[in-house]
Ligand binder design. Structure first.
Ligand code: UDX
Length: 448
């Protein structure tokens, strides 16, 4: 039998993490690897109901599930009573696969840095491993700096800022406001402590024990940040291409035929990833903002995006100019010639996707790394503008209308967007930096 190298991939259980790792899984399968992709039961169920039939039975990728508890929950405790229990689940799964006569043993584990404990399991089992960072290199460089930030008295041991100042890692990277760090969450200090404890504190250790460190970015896009983490291997921007994008919701492809009917460069695309939620007032302002802008729009309103109803008569009044879906095939949408701009929360995946398609951004960050991603988009790459909330924290309809008009008429931003698109595409094309990094990574892990 032709024995294949067998990689186990373990994402943190949420869309922004499952997606890029699924793309990596397909890239590895294209290189002849067998891949076992491990999700929690609830994520596995969502994937199985969202995955289009043609992708269901990839001969080299097995989708498997383990009980809930790969992540922490918001009540402050790990879902498993004992951390040891989730270690056992993973160990048992690997041992079970390795006992199967008709399957290749697991030769490598790739774990999301947010479930870095899986790297400890693989280390204990003597299996080589890779840590995967689903967010940008600049934010990751900041995460790795946290011991120094504590030492300098900029934050306490729980990641709570002690000083209201900016943190600068290099003059080419936008500085971080201490209220907008990767582990910040709307000033909710309890949640911030929890995020810090579960996602950040062990990161340095996880990086130390892993054999490789992959980042979904390209060195041309974040050169100064990449210089700060020389052992990281940028292999992005990862794309779904013609593969399954790892979605947890079924894509509504009717928006693509709707886009076909719109004039070139006319449609405002709005999507806020998988976790952003808006209250009634913000949802209303956004709806009215779109209406008064008078441009065609495609708006992703997930079923859990808001508890509010659309404003009275909004759907009727915008029936000809607007299309609303619960989940879009985002990469295909962004690549469509009808799109004029992307109103985005600046999640890292959306950032990489919009950039790769040359679409200008209207930035509306919500939490975590998204504020700094916005700064990178607007200040470094100069491919977008940011929305500014009013004194009550609300982005008003006039602000939305004004900034959309400013964005779509800005020729420099359009030129930069196309330049960055070229750069991003080149990095993953034959001979490009991410392309070469990926192949060299593949060669090395094949040896195990
Ligand atoms: C989160 C964080 O926001 C992000 O910054 C972090 O780096 C990873 O986890 P999320 O908020 O969901 O992720 O946003 P984002 O990173 O942009 O990922 C969303 C993904 O869902 C993108 O790949 C996007 O293409 C996809 N998507 C979104 C769709 O396919 N269809 C949609 O309608 C909306």
């Amino acid at each position: 039998m032709d024995r294949k190298a067998h990689v186990m991939i373990i994402p943190y259980p949420s869309q922004g993490h499952v997606g890029p790792l699924m793309k990596l899984a397909y890239n590895l399968a294209d290189e002849g690897f067998k891949v076992t992709f491990v999700n929690t039961e609830s994520i596995h169920t969502k994937i199985m109901s969202a995955i289009p039939q043609e992708f269901e039975e990839h001969s080299l990728i097995s989708l498997v599930s383990v009980p809930e508890g790969l992540e922490f929950n918001r009540h402050g405790k790990d879902r498993f009573e004992e951390v040891a229990e989730r270690f056992d689940h993973l160990k048992n799964l690997i041992e079970k696969i390795n006992r199967l006569e008709n399957d290749e043993p697991i030769t490598h584990v790739i774990a999301d840095i947010s479930v870095g404990w899986a790297l400890q399991v693989s280390k204990k089992m003597g299996i080589k491993s890779t840590a995967f960072v689903p967010y940008g290199s600049a934010n990751f460089a900041l995460v790795l700096q946290f011991p120094k930030l504590i030492e300098a008295g900029i934050m306490d041991v729980n990641g709570i800022p002690l000083k209201d100042e900016f943190i600068s890692l290099s003059k080419e990277i936008p500085a971080w406001n201490t209220n907008e760090l990767v582990w910040s969450f709307h000033g909710d200090q309890e949640l911030q402590k929890l995020i810090f404890r579960h996602f950040i504190r062990e990161t340095v250790e996880y990086v130390k024990i892993s054999d490789f460190l992959l980042v979904n970015s390209a060195c041309e896009l974040e050169q100064s940040a990449c210089d700060l983490i020389p052992n990281a291997i940028p292999i992005g921007p990862l794309h779904a291409s013609n593969h399954f994008a790892g979605n947890l919701w079924p894509e509504d492809s009717t928006c693509l035929t709707w886009l076909d009917r719109q004039p070139n460069g006319s449609v405002i695309y709005l999507a806020f990833g998988s976790t952003v939620v808006y209250n009634k007032q913000q949802f209303n302002e956004l709806a009215f903002g779109l209406e008064i802008t008078g441009q065609p729009f495609l708006w992703v309103v997930r079923s859990d995006f808001t508890e509010a109803e659309f404003p009275d008569g909004f759907l009727e009044r915008t029936a000809n100019s607007g299309k609303i879906v619960k989940w879009a095939p985002q990469e295909k949408v962004l690549a469509h010639t009808s799109i004029s701009c992307f109103v985005s929360h600046c999640g890292w995946n959306s950032t990489m996707e919009g950039l790769s398609m040359g679409v200008p951004f209207l930035c509306w960050p919500y939490c975590a790394d998204q504020f700094h991603n916005k700064d990178t988009i607007c200040k470094n790459w100069k491919v977008g503008v940011g929305l500014v909330p009013d004194e009550n924290g609300i982005v008003t309809r006039d602000e939305i209308k004004g900034k959309i008009e400013q964005l779509v008429s800005d020729k420099d931003i359009k030129v930069n967007s196309l330049k960055l698109k070229k750069m991003a595409r080149k990095s993953i094309s034959e001979g490009g930096s991410s392309f070469k990094n990926f192949l060299s990574f593949v060669e090395q892990i094949k040896k195990f």
